[in-house]
Structures are given as C-alpha cells and as structure tokens.
Design a protein around this ligand. Structure first.
Ligand code: BEZ
Length: 240
C-alpha cells in the first residue's frame, strides 16, 4: 500500500485549471512561499534535471537574458533543479564568469533557483517522470496566473532544450485571451487576427454569417476579428 502511495506521489500531475500546489522552498534568492509570494503576478515555474549540465546551462542563460522581457509582461520566473543550494550557487557563478551561449555572456541569474535535492517539490509537480529518469526532473514549464491557477503546462524530455519564443508567445496569448475574451489561433502572435467565441445559438450563427461587420466568418463556427498589435501590447505590457 505504502509503495503504491509512493509511486502515485512520484507521478502526481497537477493539471490545467488546478490551483498550483503550495510549497516553501530554499532558493538562491532566499526562502519563498509559493505561490503566495507571487499573488497578482503571472509566474513561470520551470524545472531542470541537474546543475552543471549543458542543455540546462543554455536554457538558464536564455531565461536569465529574457527575465526583463517577462517582467514587463507581469511575469516572474522561478527555476527548480534537482541539486542543493551550494551546487546552485556554484553553477550560477560559473555561468556568469565563464559561459557564453548564442552571443549571451556575463549573464547574472537574478530569479530564484529552488534547491530540491529531496525531489519533494518536483514530485508534487509531476516533474519526475520515471520513464525518463527517476532522479532528474524533466524540463517542465508551468504557467501560473495571478490567482495561483495553473493555466498551461509544457513538458520536454531531458535531451531537448526549450523554445523560449514559444514560452513567451504562450504567456502573451493567454493574457490576451483573458483581457479581450478571445481565443488565439494556430501560431498566433500579437497583431494577428483573434477568434471570437463560437455562436451559442442558431440565431447568433445566422447573424454572424449575414451581418457581422467586424467579423470575418469562414463559417458560422469559425469567426475572427482584428486586434491590433498596439492594442494588445498597450494592455499587457507594463509602461516604461
Ligand atoms: C543537460 O542539461 O545537458 C542534460 C541533463 C540531463 C540529461 C541530458 C542532458
């Protein structure tokens, strides 16, 4: 029985729409009370297999380089890696002092990196996926909204570095959906047309097909409208 419970804990997977599981953690920026410390802000919580590994290092440099860009979209970054605090500190110092990646160098990681040598937090978040590794977290990305609700999750295997354009795009798209009550089509980026909610009655379906001035209806269930890039960015990005 205990073994089954242990296994279930190892594979417990928070889902989209769940409240982000709460935890207290030691990080490279001091202790955090998650997600309470981030109320009112979006957070991207992302996991790494281990410190001093090449794919993780390339990702860490990239995230740190983009930290300001995410901050402008009211989004904080929190990393987790299956190692202890002193290893984290040594790794981040090495990154700053020695590593150049894609033209980025002298990069200081200012966001918290959680120590999780016991894997307790990683297990809570389904970051340990035993088919991939029993001791290293997969590359998970949790998007958590200002109310502490998980809004999107992306998982990558150990060997695959994340696409940061996609992570940023997904954040802005979800914020746009919240702000303007629209959905975003495939490959959407600010400035592209957005999707209005599907017609909920035969009358609305008919109206959409015959008289909606602002809508471009490919069929009654698939209508888009313009949403200028400036309008999106003005609402979403913090003012200088
Ligand atoms: C890496 O970050 O380079 C890595 C970590 C664990 C397994 C494979 C690659």
């Amino acid at each position: 029985m205990e073994l089954i419970q242990e296994q279930e804990k190892a594979t417990s997977m928070p889902r989209i729409g769940d409240e982000a599981p709460a935890f207290n953690a030691i990080t490279t920026q001091g202790e955090i009370d998650f997600p309470n410390d981030y109320a009112g802000e979006w957070v991207i919580l992302f996991s790494h297999p281990a410190d001093f590994t090449p794919v993780c290092t390339s990702e860490f440099i990239t995230f740190a380089h983009l930290e300001e860009k995410f901050a402008k979209a009211n989004c904080k970054l929190v990393g987790l890696s299956i190692d202890g605090l002193y290893s984290h500190i040594a790794w981040l110092r090495t990154i700053k002092e020695k590593i150049e990646f894609n033209g980025m160098k002298n990069i200081e990681v200012k966001f918290p990196l959680i120590e999780d040598i016991s894997m307790e937090i990683a297990k809570k978040y389904g970051m340990i996926q035993p088919g991939e590794s029993k001791t290293q977290a997969v590359r998970a990305v949790f998007f958590i909204d200002p109310k502490g609700v998980i809004r999107a999750i992306i998982y990558y295997p150990l060997s695959l570095g994340r696409n940061f354009d996609e992570i940023y795009r997904a954040l802005i798209a979800m914020q746009t959906s919240d702000k303007f009550s629209v959905a975003t089509p495939a490959d959407w980026n600010p400035g592209d047309d957005v999707i209005v909610s599907p017609a909920g009655s035969c009358g609305v379906a008919e109206e959409r097909m015959t008289s909606s001035e602002d809508l471009d209806c490919k069929d009654w269930f698939f209508c888009t409208k313009k949403l200028p890039k400036e309008t999106v960015l003005k609402e979403i990005l913090k003012k200088e």
